[in-house]
Design a protein around this ligand. Structure first.
Ligand code: EPU
Length: 423
């Protein structure tokens, strides 16, 4: 297993370009199942989750190719869904990646049936899929649970009004995809507004779907008889961008991040500014500089356009070096504070009560061996390690490799001393 060895305490500076957004690519890969021809997703990052999703589609009979677009590390994922026969995703694939649930809507709409292993809980919480299933039933599908599998049967989906009990990103994506081939109009109310949902809507429209309202909390989808293949350039990763900006801020550096839409990061940029770092946006690039102290700030995660839960752990690492108390409330997932125990091992002062963490800033953190527990928690430990005195080893970085492409290379290009070594 690979580990990261980080020599902390260096001020990082320079410009770095983010990869395509993992959480935009995965629904686009699922959407390929709706098409009558090949779908090409340009700018996809080389990540384990994308390879796993490719295996899920390959298992069904789709032809999945990853085409290297040249020296810049950007790949095109090409999926030809025309030979899909088996509308099934088995346990050994689904267990490693919950996003596999995204195939349910497209399979029900295009093939009239689906059978996928029911994703279990995961490290960050129970993460049920009741909203996905409720929506499919409202569209006229029959869903049953048997032997750990969800089975969906649907001769012809019919448009319906679906009101989500809570904002769900993949739930909105799943039902938006299912509705594209349903008969009649579907209204998705209390829909998620995340940029990744909007990117999916844009791609589906280019495939011939009739969708409007993405980016608001009501999306209307008028069903069409069929969808064609498409080539779609995926959006940049706003979570990776936020992480790299925090790298600049925590090390008291000067980092410019290119390739992600700054307006999709408003909540994070505002909090970084409130903490005393300077943010400037020019030509689609965001620059962060900090030379004064880190002012402790409070924040609460919420659905887009609120502060993203996927940046909570990284921002908490930053607050560990704040000049007072910062209160962090996690409202999306019930168990997303696993980084706290590891940060404490570096000298951080954090008290947790339920979904609230009180972070009392300390003057410095000290390097330590640390265990990564999930994707974003791993990133927070890397951030802390970069700012800490001495050497930090982050174990189990396979979690990090699910969602950050060549993070060590990007950080090295900014002057970090970080190496990937075999344990
Ligand atoms: N929820 C339900 N029932 C449902 C669906 C969701 O109770 O049927 C609950 C969840 O348990 C959670 C909340 O609703 O408490 C929001 O979950 P959501 O469905 O929005 O999460 P998701 O779609 O499973 C995506 C991202 C996550 C990100 C969340 C929140 C993808 C592939 N995953 O998950 O990304 O944290 O939205 O923004 O898009 C990550 O990249 O590290 C990651 C975990």
């Amino acid at each position: 297993m690979d580990i990261f060895v980080i020599q902390g305490g260096k001020r990082l500076s320079g410009t770095v370009r983010v990869s395509g957004a993992k959480n935009a690519v995965l629904p686009l890969m699922a959407a390929s199942l709706l098409a009558d021809g090949p779908v090409e997703i340009a700018g996809a990052p080389r990540l384990r989750d994308i390879a796993t999703f490719g295996k899920v589609l390959g298992h069904m009979g789709a032809e999945v190719e990853r085409i290297d677009a040249g020296g810049d590390g950007r790949e095109t994922v090409r999926i030809d869904p025309r030979k899909v026969e088996l509308a099934e995703a088995p346990y050994d694939l689904v267990k490693t990646m919950r996003a596999s649930v995204l195939v349910l809507g497209p399979l029900a709409a295009r093939h009239g049936k689906a059978r996928i292993s029911l994703p279990g809980g995961c490290a960050i919480g129970a993460r049920p899929i009741d909203q996905h299933l409720k929506g499919l039933e409202l569209l006229g599908a029959r869903t049953t649970l048997a032997e750990g599998y969800v089975e969906v049967d649907a001769a012809q989906l019919k448009g319906a009004t679906i009101y989500f009990d809570m904002k769900t990103v993949t739930g909105t994506e799943n039902l938006m995809m299912a509705a594209t081939l349903a008969k009649g109009t579907t209204l998705l109310k209390n829909a998620a507004r995340e940029p990744e949902v909007c990117d999916l809507a844009r791609a589906l429209r280019a495939m011939g779907a009739d969708i409007e309202g993405e980016g608001t909390d009501e999306i209307a989808v008028r069903g069409v008889p069929s969808l064609r293949g498409v080539r779609h350039e995926v959006i940049g990763d706003r979570i990776e961008a936020s992480t790299l900006l925090l790298v600049g801020a925590i090390t008291g550096g000067d980092v410019t991040v290119a390739g992600a839409d700054p307006s999709a990061m408003d909540a994070v940029l505002t909090k970084i500014e409130e903490s005393g770092a300077r943010i400037s946006v020019e030509g689609g690039e965001v620059r962060v500089r900090r030379d004064g102290p880190i002012r402790s700030v409070n924040f609460e995660t919420s659905p887009y356009p609120g502060f993203p839960t996927d940046v909570q752990a990284q921002f908490m690492a930053y607050l560990c070096l704040g000049d007072g108390f910062g209160i962090v409330r996690e409202t999306i997932f019930e168990n997303r504070f696993m980084h706290v125990a590891e940060l404490r091992r570096m000298g951080a002062k954090i008290d947790v009560s339920g979904s609230t963490a009180a972070v009392k800033g300390v003057p410095s953190l000290s390097g330590a061996p640390l265990m990564a527990t999930d994707l974003r928690a791993s990133a927070s430990l890397v951030l802390a390690g970069l700012a800490a005195k001495g050497t930090t080893e982050v174990l189990r970085i396979y979690h990090l490799d699910r969602g950050y492409e060549s993070l060590e290379d990007k950080l090295s290009s900014l002057g970090a001393q970080i190496a990937r070594v075999k344990e």
